[in-house]
Design a protein around this ligand. Structure first.
Ligand code: GDP
Length: 367
């Protein structure tokens, strides 16, 4: 499964956020998780559409799809030179599909920071610089090899050389590889370089509880937002109070509702984090309904109908005949499957159909 790795300097609130995630995950009814890695926190992907589908097509229960966060401990300045747990840290980042970068954005004199002050921009730069330096090192190694191969006029080598020479000056200027626009022919080459700074990223400003209802009111949040808009324009910034999220995750449902109301928010910040991370990875949801359960499933944007059938079971993919499909909006609007059919909104989709977020599908297949 695709996973987002949580990184950040010491004492910014990573463990607190990760605790909130694992506590929220522990509430899940349908997933035994004694077997998973302690550094992996599995959560349900909140999706209000499930309840609505279950209301229209009755089922005994509904099942959310899940998402995994990975806790990546131990970055310090100098990681790219192997200081601290540097190499291990970079290796762990290499293995995740996206980065959730937690930044301290609350004042508390009792909790020290590495730099001795609260300076979220410097924190962001410190970590990004380690990743940039590590990438520069891999680019240089690669350049040496590719230059040799390109001398022989090898076409692939020449194409790679061009990409490497495009990336290097950007890294040298202190910017991440994901800020570069690559055309379609370059993208697979970039992918093959496994760069840390090419991974999609999301910044979490760990704000004070007082700012929960209105993150924009936090001066740190605003600083971070402006900085990211300039330096890392595709990245999103979320304002979340890790400590409050940890408390919320421990509450029973009715207490939770009370707490949220008292804070003036409609849902836990964790829900926003889960959804944003899910989208960051290009993940989308389709549903199956009828029968015992209404269920949400994760697929990667751009997958065909047989491929998404394979998410449920490989037999479904192998024996795929067609996908009887209705969009969530059409089901919601029409209010029953009968009405959907009468309105001509039930579609029979074939093997080339690209599944859309919110599709409710009944797969027909040969066994
Ligand atoms: P990590 O080193 O990044 O994993 O940081 P921790 O999650 O261990 O947090 C460091 C300290 O900051 C702990 O004492 C937390 O209780 C505290 N902390 C975390 N989040 C918040 C917050 O939102 N507000 C305040 N005041 N303290 C927090």
């Amino acid at each position: 499964a695709l996973t987002a790795g949580i990184v950040g300097l010491p004492n910014v609130g990573k463990s607190t956020l990760f605790n909130a995630i694992t506590k929220a995950g522990a509430e899940m009814a349908n997933y035994p998780f004694a077997t998973i890695d302690p550094n992996v926190g599995m959560v349900e992907v909140p999706d209000a559409r499930l309840d609505r589908i279950q209301e229209i097509i009755p089922a005994k229960k509904n099942v959310h799809t899940t998402f995994e966060f990975t806790d990546i401990a131990g970055i310090v300045k100098g990681a790219s030179k192997g200081e601290g747990l540097g190499n291990k840290f970079l290796e762990n980042i290499r293995q995740v599909d996206a980065i959730v970068h937690v930044v301290r954005a609350f004042d508390d004199d009792n909790i020290t920071t590495v730099s001795g002050k609260v300076d979220p921009i410097e924190d962001i730069q410190t970590i990004n610089m380690e990743l940039i330096l590590a990438d520069l090192e891999s680019i240089d190694k690669r350049l040496a090899k590719t230059q040799r191969a390109a001398k022989g006029r090898d076409k692939d080598a020449l194409a790679e050389l061009e990409v490497l020479e495009k990336i290097k000056p950007v890294l040298e200027a202190g910017k991440s590889a994901r800020t570069i626009e690559f055309d379609e022919s370059e993208q697979p080459i970039v992918k093959g370089l496994f760069l840390l700074t090419a991974k999609p990223i999301l910044y979490v400003a760990n704000i004070a509880e007082d700012d929960m209802a209105d993150p924009e009111a936090s001066k740190y949040f605003k600083l971070i937002k402006d900085y990211v808009a300039n330096e890392d324009p595709d990245a999103e910034v979320l304002g979340i109070s890790a400590e409050s999220e940890q408390e919320i995750a421990e509450l029973e449902d009715d207490e939770k509702a009370e707490f949220l109301e008292a804070e003036g928010i409609t849902e836990p910040g964790l829900n926003r984090l889960i959804r944003a991370s899910y989208h960051l990875l290009g993940l989308q949801t389709f549903f199956t309904a009828g029968g015992k359960e209404t269920r949400a499933w994760t697929f990667k944007k751009g997958m065909t109908a047989p491929q998404t059938a394979g998410v449920i079971h490989s037999d479904f993919e192998r024996g795929f005949i067609r996908a009887e499909t209705v969009s969530f909006d059409d089901l919601d609007k029409n209010g029953s499957m009968q009405a959907v059919k009468e309105a001509g909104r039930l579609r029979l989709e074939g093997k080339d159909y690209l599944v859309q977020d919110g599709d409710i599908i009944e797969f027909r297949f040969n066994v």
